[in-house]
Structures are given as C-alpha cells and as structure tokens.
Design a protein around this ligand. Structure first.
Ligand SMILES: C[S@@+](CC[C@H](N)C(=O)[O-])C[C@H]1O[C@@H](n2cnc3c(N)ncnc32)[C@H](O)[C@@H]1O
Length: 221
C-alpha cells in the first residue's frame, strides 16, 4: 500500500465507523437479494460454513444464520459488528455467528480450505486497488474448500456515479464521502482465472439506481 492508499483506507474506515454509529442498522433487517441467491448456491453444493466479508451490521449474516448456516462475519468497522452481535442475540442465532474485526487488505485469519462458501455484497468495490482486490480473491480461494463458491457483488463502470466526484485513480471515485472502485468487466474476468465462472448477473439496487454485477465463481474440485 502506498502513502495515498493508506490514507484513503484509514479515512474510509473512520467514515464507516462514523456512519454505522450515527445510522445504526442503516441497511435494514431484510436480507439482500444477492444473499438469498447465495444461500441457494451454497446449499446446492452441500455447504454449511459461510464466511461473509464486509458484513456491516449483518442483515445478510443474520439471514444465513437463520437459514441454518454457521457464519463467520468480518468487517473493518467494530461498530457495525457490535450491532450485528446484538441483533444475533435478539434473533436467537448467536451460537451460529462469529465476528472478527478485519481489514481485507490483510490475510484472512482462517485456515486453508476451511469454509464452504464466501459472500461479499458491495465489499470488493470499496476503496481497494486492483492489486488489493486480486489479493483478497486469492485469500478467498485459499480458505474455500474445493467445490466451494464465492458470491460477490460490485458496482461497475455502467453506474451513474462512475466518473463523478474525486478521482483516486484505478477507477476509484469518492462521492459523498464514500469511495467506490467501479469494476470494468475485464477485472471480473481476471479475478476468475483458475476458477469456474458460473455467472455474471447484472442488476440494480436502490433509488439512484446503483448498477451492479452479482458474480458467482467456484473452486474446481
Ligand atoms: C456498502 S457496505 C455493505 C455492508 C453489507 N455487506 C451490506 O450489504 O449490508 C460495505 C462494507 O464494507 C466494509 N469495508 C469497507 N472496506 C473494508 C475493508 N478494507 N476491510 C473490511 N471491511 C471493509 C464497510 O465497513 C462496510 O460495512
């Protein structure tokens, strides 16, 4: 990480801490549509243990736990994860949920081939360089068992906010305090090198609307 990347990363962590502190449960309690899809994918391959990266306050972690999965949830915001733990206790699923404060720029604190499915909704398109994103996906592959799938979503270069706000280079733009790495299609394809790329599904979310891809890729057996 160079000096500018480090500064941006630290500013973003503080921004997310502050955002969850001032808007507890900001994404609501209903699971996202990509999480519903991921549960079907993970169950189809017999998956039981799920890792969610960038879980925030846990709307999707809690859904996976209610569906019977064991979930390890990570995020670099301790505030978001505290809200997640409280909600897990309230919903009586705390025994199936573990949380770890973790920045995805660091190696994942998990053993090789130790999880069945990885879910990351709107995490890889945060303020991460292309090199860092490749590093994260390499780590995800390391911790997934053969036959396990990664389901992730990202905003892409067809999004209305692409090119708007402060440019940080590498397709990263900051708008309203949030920095986003808008994915070009070739980044999706190179991240799937050595995987089976099952699907790239385009969808929209929110009022803007945000334009996203939901990507499903699987470690060959
Ligand atoms: C757009 S929010 C999505 C939250 C959650 N996935 C959801 O959809 O409800 C992105 C999340 O990624 C987390 N995040 C951003 N950069 C991160 C990093 N480098 N390491 C770990 N978490 C990060 C933020 O704290 C935030 O919770």
């Amino acid at each position: 990480m160079n000096g500018h990347e480090r500064e941006l990363a630290e500013a973003q962590r503080e921004h997310w801490q502050h955002t969850y502190g001032s808007h507890p449960g900001m994404y609501g309690q209903a699971p996202s549509a990509p999480a519903r899809h991921a549960a079907i994918v993970f169950r189809a391959s017999g998956g039981r243990e799920v890792l969610e990266l960038g879980a925030g306050h846990g709307r999707d972690t809690l859904f996976f736990a209610r569906e019977g999965f064991t979930v390890q949830a990570t995020d670099f915001s301790a505030t978001g994860l505290e809200q997640l733990r409280q909600a897990a206790r309230d919903q009586d699923v705390a025994e199936r949920v573990a949380t770890v404060v973790h920045d995805v720029r660091e190696p994942l604190p998990l053993a090789d081939a130790s999880v069945d499915g990885v879910f990351a909704h709107l995490l890889l398109c945060m303020a991460l360089s292309s090199e860092e994103i490749h590093g994260v996906v390499g780590e995800i592959r390391r911790v997934l068992r053969p036959g396990g799938s990664l389901v992730y979503t990202v905003r892409h270069t067809g999004d209305a906010h692409y090119g708007a706000g402060t440019a940080h280079g590498d397709d990263i733009y900051e708008h309203g305090g949030f920095a986003v790495h808008f994915f070009p299609r070739h980044l999706v394809d190179t991240l799937a090198d050595g995987w089976t790329l099952d699907e790239v599904h385009a969808f929209e979310e929110g009022e803007l609307p945000r334009r996203l891809w939901r990507v499903t890729q699987t470690v060959p057996r």
